[in-house]
Design a protein around this ligand. Structure first.
Ligand SMILES: [Zn+2]
Length: 282
């Protein structure tokens, strides 16, 4: 069966979306034993939307009533079905204002901010604290159920594919801070938008932070190697990403810029006439 029960009052339904390969699907979650929040109205494809609405419409037969749609952030593979599914199911959309801007503010019934709690009533009520966790996208929201130690992480981490940080849309410095914040919660189960549920979230958060810092060190070494003259970003990619396939370099350029922005903010790199140079305290 396509829908999967992960825990009492938490089920998963993955739908095909135009996401970044190797991921092909975006996970939706039905949270709540009676009142249900449907996470990620993601799919823009009609046949997948049909399957998704069938899933949502079957929930009442288990005593579960959808009350709203919730999107973690505004990327297409998360809100591609928001308007259509909201209309089809007659459900309101709840999300952050940054996401509401992209969906259309008139289509969003409730804007959510950091610190508020969504209580889903039922035989065993669930309380989900809204956490604003930007870094991958502005206004990205995660949801934290402290009693069950379950965390809905959106695109903060994934168990398939990688999370791309694109300057302007994301911010590496903020992203790493937010990963550390999520780690500090000591969750026992993390529900990502892409890939399998994660039953050891802390080790994955640690892995992500370590991986990004290791890349940052390579970026810094590449800048240092360019000496006093410095180098342009495109010329740093082959050095800092020598270990990744050439085909991935166009995407690597985004990540490289995100790392360089962080290194500038950290005072370790300076940008002079489009050339990045190492910045050392005198
Ligand atoms: Zn995303």
């Amino acid at each position: 069966m396509r829908p999967r029960e992960l825990a009492p009052g938490v089920s998963l339904f993955a739908a095909k979306t135009p996401t970044l390969p190797p991921a092909t699907h975006t996970n939706s979650y039905a949270l709540g034993a009676r009142d249900v929040l449907l996470v990620e109205p993601a799919t823009p494809y009609e046949d997948e939307q049909r399957a998704w609405t069938e899933w949502a419409r079957a929930l009442p037969s288990q005593g579960r009533t959808p009350v709203a749609l919730f999107a973690t952030h505004y990327h297409d593979d998360h809100i591609g079905g928001a308007t259509a599914l909201s209309r089809e199911l007659g459900l309101p959309i709840w999300t952050h204002d940054e996401t509401a801007k992209r969906i259309g503010r008139d289509k969003v019934s409730r804007t959510l901010t950091d610190g508020e709690t969504l209580v889903l009533d039922g035989p065993k009520a669930q309380a989900w604290k809204v956490l604003e966790t930007p870094g991958h996208a502005w206004g990205h929201l995660s949801l934290w159920n402290e009693r069950d130690r379950t965390l809905v992480v959106g695109d903060m981490v994934a168990s398939v594919g990688t999370i791309v940080i694109i300057p302007g849309d994301g911010d590496m410095r903020i992203y790493l801070d937010q990963l550390r914040r999520l780690r500090s919660l000591d969750a026992k189960l993390a529900l990502p938008a892409h890939g399998e549920p994660i039953d050891t979230p802390n080790s994955l958060f640690d892995h992500y932070v370590a991986h990004r810092l290791a890349r940052e060190a390579k970026v810094l070494a590449a800048v240092a190697e360019a000496g006093l003259e410095g180098a342009k970003d495109v010329d740093l990619v082959p050095v800092a990403y020598a270990d990744t396939p050439v085909a991935a370099w166009p995407f690597a350029l985004f990540s490289l810029r995100a790392h360089l922005d962080k290194l500038i903010a950290d005072g370790r790199v300076a940008l002079r006439e489009e050339r990045y140079v190492e910045s050392r305290p005198d």
